[in-house]
Design a binder for this molecule. Sequence first.
Ligand code: ADP
Ligand code: MG
Length: 745
Amino acid sequence: MVSLQDSPGVLLDKKTTAGLASLNITTVGELLRYPPRRYMQQGHLDQRERLEAGEWTTVVGTITASQMISMKRKHGQFLKVVVDDGHQRVEATFFNPRAIRRALQPGARVMLAGKVKYFREQVQLSHPQWAVIPDGDGDAGKVVGSAMAAEMYTADTELAEEGHETAAFDRPIIPMYPASSEIQTWTIWNAVRRVLAQLPPQPDVLDDAWRRSRGLLTADEALRKIHLPDTEDDITAARERLKFDEALAIQTVLAQRRIAGHREQSVACPPVSDGLEAKLLQRLPFELTDGQKEVVAEIGDDLASTAPMSRLLQGEVGSGKTLVSLLTMLRVVDNGHQCVLMAPTEVLAAQHYRTIRSMLGDLAEAGELTAAEGATKIALLTGSMKTKGKRQTLLDVVTGEAGIVIGTHALLEEKVSFFDLGMVVVDEQHRFGVEQRDVLRGRGKDGVHPHFLVMTATPIPRTVAMTAFGDLDTSTLRELPRGRQPISTTVVPMGSSKWVDRVWERAAEEIASGRQVYVVCSRIGDDGPEEELRKIEDDPALRTTSVLDMFEELSSGPLGGHSIEMLHGRMPPDEKNFVMDRFGAGDVDIVVSTTVIEVGVDVPNATMMVIIDADRFGVSQLHQLRGRVGRGEHAGLCLLLTTANPVSQSMERLKAVAGSNDGFELARIDLQQRREGDVLGSLQSGGKSSLHFLSLLDDADVIADARELAEEVVSMDLPLADHRPLADLVDGILAPQKVAYLDKS
Ligand code: ADP
Ligand code: MG
């Protein structure tokens, strides 16, 4: 008997166990959830797509020709056989063929495995592993072939002796696993068959009636049928069930996190009449949008309770999230607690500091003569601050003098201690991990957890929100403030100098009418690592215009008479701030920058953005970038310059961006175009996806169903003490190190 938690080593030899480990398979459960990439039907034939050169493949078919060929240069002969798998012809060559020649005769059914090569469009395998498949009538006891056949044969006889009927070649469908040169598909299959023979019936996490109502197989059936299907329907049904299990495992972890979070204590912050929040509302030069009112109310409901808020605020670029967060932070300050506003870059932190100070005016001048009654103090804390200023800020934070502390990662440092932290706002959340959230979570007074609000303008499709952000409640801000001018976007081919000249003319016109312009490039272009330079030499696609090149070109060209500055991540923070300050004040006409301006930067007088090599950026990223213009009363213009082929995927993406201003729609397109693995990959910081069956894009219904079930179970039994099989399922699918990707939200 074997259990899913066991190492495969309890049943299998060292070499196989090591081979499996090379595929990241370290438990029996992982082995059984390792899905075949494709299946071959015995009898009729595999409809698979074209094989890739270099791919390890297994072919089952009938020999149509077999011929000894003398080598011209060298002494000796080789055997060439042609195998027809009903779909295509595959040639195989064997050196030193004397011993095998007799077995590989026309008419024999064989299985060949080796690396694919192409010669004149013809698939070739040289010196593949081989086995002759017994035809059933004859002496079925003996399989002739190379090591593979011997292995298959041994597995078959051993399993037969133990009373299991699993003779490999008799099965109607043969699974083919993603293999490597370290471990072959048939070795994996043999391992699976041995394990299944020893696996006791598996308990099911799903209640029978519930499961049947959804037409799902039992867990036990699914784990067996995925490897030993009798029909195509078996395969589909098994996949559906295993997919559900993956969704359930993820949703269970997220529900645990969510519900555990709700059980912590925070400070309740009801509205305070006549507080700073009310005073700011009175002073605003504009009305809140309906969307802003709604979201402030939603957040307010959370804040009024002692259960810690964990809320994601997603809102279109320019929808006014900063103000929403400011109003809710003031509510917390009105209740006598402090707030943190954390930004991903120094540029953005500094900007938040400036805008919030100017919005609040004398309401933020505590300690100064001009302060309004009940005023608070805003502190800015970034990594590059000079020691002296920093010391004062830290003092303001620890004494509680500062009601709102704005900063970057520097806020996470241990020496930053708060007097009484009540709420944390993280702007542009996708740059922060959960560990960092947790650091701030622990900084409350007397073990009290601060409320948590994360804001992002990169809309997250529903399915991803349910997984990666599944521990957060969500608010959405779609509406833009009234009077906002739409941004018009146009794709401009860089190949045509006529068009490009027109772009710079247009920029000059914009500046002449008093506006400002961003020019965005895909790389900096200072002498970066040599490695990078070499890559650029090797790959013409990477030959892009850098910030430095562009700056030179514009300064010495038609725009030379204007004030042009550069902005990029490798500049000292002081310089960056200096440039941004002057751009904000209207003293700089053109900023040539990298994507450092991607998030949050708010200069309403900037109305035009030129994105060079636009095809180097993702769809959502382009949408973010262009959100920097058209933020004031003037219409925004975004020009996407590209060398992309007019009929290419890249061009399609750019046209999609030009054709829509709906960030949610664009996020969906983005997700469709990136491969699933990339999406998971970006969430899990480089690790390999452990999901084999579930698709974040296509399986919204499964995810929603699993989420509901998980919520129900976890709300009754948080530690899963009475739900052992579910706890095992979670561990099996999301081994501790693999849960990490859920954290990279
Ligand atoms: P984002 O949601 O992208 O972070 P911001 O918070 O930077 O957007 O807001 C964009 C601009 O809109 C700011 O200049 C802000 O002052 C302004 N704004 C916010 N709310 C309103 C409103 N209700 N009416 C008019 N302008 C607003
Ligand atoms: Mg913002």
